[in-house]
Design a protein around this ligand. Structure first.
Ligand SMILES: NC(=O)c1ccc[n+]([C@@H]2O[C@H](COP(=O)([O-])OP(=O)(O)OC[C@H]3O[C@@H](n4cnc5c(N)ncnc54)[C@H](OP(=O)(O)O)[C@@H]3O)[C@@H](O)[C@H]2O)c1
Length: 354
């Protein structure tokens, strides 16, 4: 067996909310990187978690001699992944891409390490990180799928503004301040003010599935690919809510085999990457803000800054056979993007696939 390298030369492409969180998570988790180079559209110095980084302009030659590249640039034709992703692979770099451009490409494994790390064995140098809403859902559902085979999922999401980007966070905070000062809100990021409001539309309308917006279609397709079942029935409604960070999801799941609430709780209590917060009978007086052990159910602020998926409200769906309802929350910038990408890299190192 080839000798495992100890220190890798790493590139992070894009230094917005996701790219800078990737650098932070790489350092926090002590990924064996002897160098982290950051590429973006313009040169400057960026400070991340107390360290200064020289940001260079992205260019194909910048990838020469590097082992691993995390892509967190914008998506689409002028985005970094399309411009430099496969080019980097041809220069010997393993790419972990955070965007949507190649997630459904048959050459590209779409990986959530707690769920389908095995898919990494077949990688051809390019690996994709799923959409944030899909990632937390499959972490919560994989143990149920393994035990009882999921046939159908109906999910409604409550997605934080951080998923739109840092400008949307700033806009929500400003709208709240304006509202408190009795001023009219100003908005740019969404079609209406997001403060004290919500929007049942995330991304554009796609003709492929009439009536569904793109985020909903991603949840259908990506879930099928990750769970390895192209016939899995998934219906999603994705809603943007005035939460700063942390996506929530109400999930109804129907299985081939019956699973009791107690069995589901037992499975989730020991599932990797899951924190079970499901204490419906807990005395109201014992509730303590932000402490998962003293909460009846998960909520977004509990997940903010954490890497796990918090799952609760597990109950039998009384209206259908073999069906359960549950609620999960997760930090969409960490587990939904940066942490999952770094965990993929850790798994590559562990499996000697880098
Ligand atoms: N997996 C997920 O669930 C998830 C969650 C959130 C976001 N995302 C995706 O992750 C990506 C980054 O999101 P974000 O919120 O961090 O975006 P952002 O704040 O807009 O940052 C984008 C970064 O990409 C850089 N960039 C853009 N085009 C580039 C190019 N052609 N070459 C090199 N760098 C380029 C920008 O450079 P400058 O700084 O120089 O402008 C910027 O640093 C997006 O594709 C987003 O959709 C995924």
């Amino acid at each position: 067996m080839a000798q495992r390298k100890k220190d890798y030369r790493v590139i992070v492409v894009g230094v917005g909310m996701v790219g800078s969180m990737m650098v932070r998570v790489l350092r926090e988790r002590k990924f064996p990187a002897k160098e982290i180079k950051i590429l973006a559209t313009r040169e400057r110095i960026e400070e991340i978690a107390g360290r200064k980084y020289q940001v260079k302009v992205a260019d194909a030659q910048e990838f020469d001699g590097f082992d691993l590249a995390f892509f967190a640039g914008t998506e689409g034709a002028s985005g970094a992944s399309k411009l430099y992703g496969w080019e980097a692979v041809s220069r010997g770099v393993v790419v972990i891409d955070n965007g949507k451009d190649f997630r459904m490409d048959p050459r590209v494994p779409l990986v959530v390490p707690e769920v389908n790390a095995e898919a990494l064995k077949r990688h051809q140098g390019f690996i994709a990180n799923p959409n944030c809403s899909t990632t937390q859902m499959v972490v919560a559902l994989a143990p149920i799928h393994r035990a009882a085979r999921i046939k159908r999922i109906v999910v409604s999401t409550y997605q934080a503004v951080s998923g739109t980007g840092s400008k949307a966070r700033v806009e929500l905070e400003q709208q709240v301040r304006d509202w408190a000062a009795g001023k009219k809100p100003v908005w740019e990021q969404y079609v209406a003010p997001i403060a004290f409001n919500l929007m049942p539309q995330i991304a554009g309308l796609k003709h492929e599935f009439p009536g569904y917006y793109e985020e909903e279609i991603k949840m259908v397709k990506e879930t099928r690919k990750i769970l390895g079942d192209p016939r899995l029935q998934v219906s999603a409604t994705c809603v943007r809510v005035p939460v700063l960070n942390g996506h929530s999801e109400a999930i109804n799941v129907q299985t081939a085999k019956k699973l009791s609430v107690a069995q589901a709780r037992r499975l989730l209590a020991k599932a990797p990457g899951v924190v079970l917060v499901d204490q419906p009978d807990l005395d109201q007086k014992k509730l303590k803000f932000l402490d998962p052990r003293r909460s009846r159910w998960p909520y977004p602020q509990m997940a903010d800054g954490r890497d796990e998926v918090f799952v609760g409200r597990i109950r039998e769906d009384l209206s259908a056979k073999n069906a359960l309802d549950l609620f999960c929350v997760s930090d969409n910038i960490r587990k939904g993007a940066a942490t999952n990408a770094v965990q993929i890299a850790e798994e590559l190192v562990k499996r000697n696939l880098l």
